[in-house]
Design a protein around this ligand. Structure first.
Ligand SMILES: [Zn+2]
Length: 401
C-alpha cells in the first residue's frame, strides 16, 4: 500500500522544506534529500565533496491552477575528474530556469498554439517561450540527416501582408523542406544551390515548379542534368482563376435579367473549383449536374479542366502528344475567349508539361504544403523575424525517407 500522505516524488533527490501558499504563486523550497550522494553534472559519477551551496529559482508546471516557483538549494561539487561542477539533477537541465517537464509541456503546446497563448497558459514571459521553442526546433533540425535530393519542388508564397514573398525548396521524394528564404528572384534562391554544391546540383534530375517564375533559369544555370517540370497544382489553380472564374462571371452578367439563374451561377464558384470526388453529398453533385447542363460554356470549361489534369497522368510521351494536341484544338474551337487565351499561353510551356511523363512527381504535394504553411502563418502573428517562421516550416516538414 502506498502511503497516502506522501507527496509524489516530483523532485527526485530533493525534499520539500517549506511551502508558501499565501501568494498567488506557490513557492516551494527544496533541499537535497539527506543520505543521497550527489553526482557530478558532467561525468555523473558520485561525488561527496561539496564545494558550496547555491540557490536557484526555477519555474515548474502550474499546480491546481497556480504558478509554481521553486527555490532550490543546489550543490556545487569538487569532482575528482571534472573540477568544480554543479550537481546532476534528473528533472533539471544544466543552467535551466525551468524544469524539464515544464519545458516539455511548453514545447508540446508551441506546436499547437501561438507563442503568446503558450506564454499566458504557463505564466511565462513571451521571450522565454520563444527561446525554448527555438532551441527545440534547432535540435530537431540538427538531428536530420544530410539530404541528398534527386528531385526538387520549388515554390513561392506570400510572406506577410504587403507584397513580400518567400521561396521554398523541397525534396520531391521525401517531402522534406530543404531550404526557405525571403524573396522570389533568381538571386533570392541562389544560396540554395550554393549550399547544395556542384556535386549536389549535378545529382538533380528534375525540378517541379510553377510556370512564370524566375526559378527555371536559375535551375538551368546550376543543375546541368535537371529537367524543369511544371506542376499540375499550379496550372489547375491558374485555370480555375483565369478560365472557370472568368466564364462564370461572364455568364452571371449575361443572365443579369434572370435573377434566379444568375444567383445559381454566382454561388457556384465553390462547386466548380472543387474536385468532383470531394463533393460527398448527393445534392451537391445534382446541383453541379444541373448547373452544367443548363450552361454550355461552363460545361465546356469544366470538362476541359478534367482533360487538362489528364495530361499530367499520360502513360507515354506518344499518348501525351495526342492528348495535348486534342486539348489545344478543343480550346481553339470552343469560341470561349478566356479558354482560347489560356491555351495560347500554355502552349509555349509544353516541354515542362511533357517532362511530367518522364519525371512523375506527386501532384497535390505542394497543395498540402501550401495549406500547412498557411496554418503556421496564421499562428505566426508576433513572428517578427522570418527566420523563426522559416525554422517552424522546416521543422514541420522533416521528410519521410
Ligand atoms: Zn565529474
Amino acid at each position: 500500500m502506498p502511503n497516502a500522505t506522501a507527496f509524489p516524488p516530483f523532485w527526485e533527490g530533493f525534499s520539500i522544506v517549506a511551502i508558501d501558499a499565501e501568494a498567488e504563486t506557490l513557492q516551494v523550497e527544496l533541499k537535497p534529500a539527506p543520505l543521497q550522494v550527489p553526482r557530478c553534472g558532467d561525468c555523473r559519477q558520485p561525488c561527496a565533496a561539496v564545494h558550496e551551496y547555491c540557490i536557484r529559482h526555477i519555474r515548474d508546471l502550474p499546480m491546481l491552477g497556480r504558478p509554481v516557483r521553486l527555490r532550490v538549494h543546489l550543490r556545487r561539487l569538487a569532482c575528482g575528474s571534472c573540477g568544480r561542477r554543479a550537481e546532476w539533477v534528473s528533472w533539471l537541465a544544466r543552467h535551466a530556469r525551468l524544469t524539464r517537464r515544464l519545458e516539455e509541456a511548453v514545447a508540446l503546446w508551441c506546436a499547437r498554439l501561438p507563442t503568446q497563448h503558450v506564454a499566458e497558459l504557463f505564466g511565462l514571459h513571451w521571450g522565454t517561450v520563444r527561446r525554448l521553442e527555438q532551441h527545440r526546433l534547432q535540435a530537431q533540425l540538427d538531428a536530420l540527416p544530410r539530404p541528398q535530393p534527386r528531385r526538387l519542388v520549388m515554390d513561392e508564397f506570400a510572406l506577410y501582408k504587403g507584397h513580400r514573398y518567400a521561396s521554398v525548396v523541397l525534396d520531391a521524394e521525401t517531402r522534406r523542406v530543404l531550404w526557405i528564404g525571403e524573396g522570389r528572384s533568381r538571386e533570392a534562391i541562389r544560396p540554395f544551390f550554393k549550399e547544395l554544391g556542384p556535386a549536389g546540383c549535378a545529382r538533380i534530375e528534375a525540378v517541379a515548379m510553377d510556370m512564370n517564375t524566375a526559378f527555371d533559369l536559375e535551375v538551368r544555370q546550376h543543375c546541368p542534368n535537371a529537367r524543369v517540370v511544371y506542376d499540375l497544382f499550379h496550372v489547375v489553380a491558374k485555370y480555375g482563376r483565369e478560365v472557370i472564374d472568368r466564364v462564370r462571371v461572364d455568364e452571371a452578367n449575361r443572365l443579369r435579367h434572370d435573377k434566379p439563374a444568375r444567383r445559381v451561377i454566382k454561388q457556384a464558384r465553390w462547386l466548380l473549383l472543387r474536385n468532383p470526388e470531394n463533393l460527398r453529398q448527393p445534392e451537391q453533385q445534382i446541383h453541379l449536374q444541373e448547373l452544367l447542363s443548363a450552361n454550355q460554356s461552363l460545361m465546356t470549361v469544366y470538362l476541359m479542366k478534367a482533360q487538362l489534369k489528364a495530361l499530367w497522368t499520360a502513360a507515354s510521351a506518344w499518348q501525351w502528344r495526342t492528348a495535348w494536341r486534342q486539348w489545344l484544338r478543343h480550346a481553339q474551337e470552343s469560341q470561349i475567349p478566356a479558354l482560347m487565351l489560356f491555351a495560347k499561353r500554355l502552349s509555349s510551356y509544353w516541354r515542362g508539361i511533357l517532362s511530367r511523363v518522364r519525371w512523375p512527381m506527386h501532384t497535390g504535394q505542394l497543395e498540402g504544403i501550401n495549406n500547412r504553411i498557411k496554418v503556421i502563418k496564421r499562428m505566426a502573428y508576433g513572428y517578427r523575424d522570418s527566420s523563426f517562421f522559416f525554422m517552424k516550416i522546416k521543422a514541420a516538414f522533416p521528410g519521410n525517407p
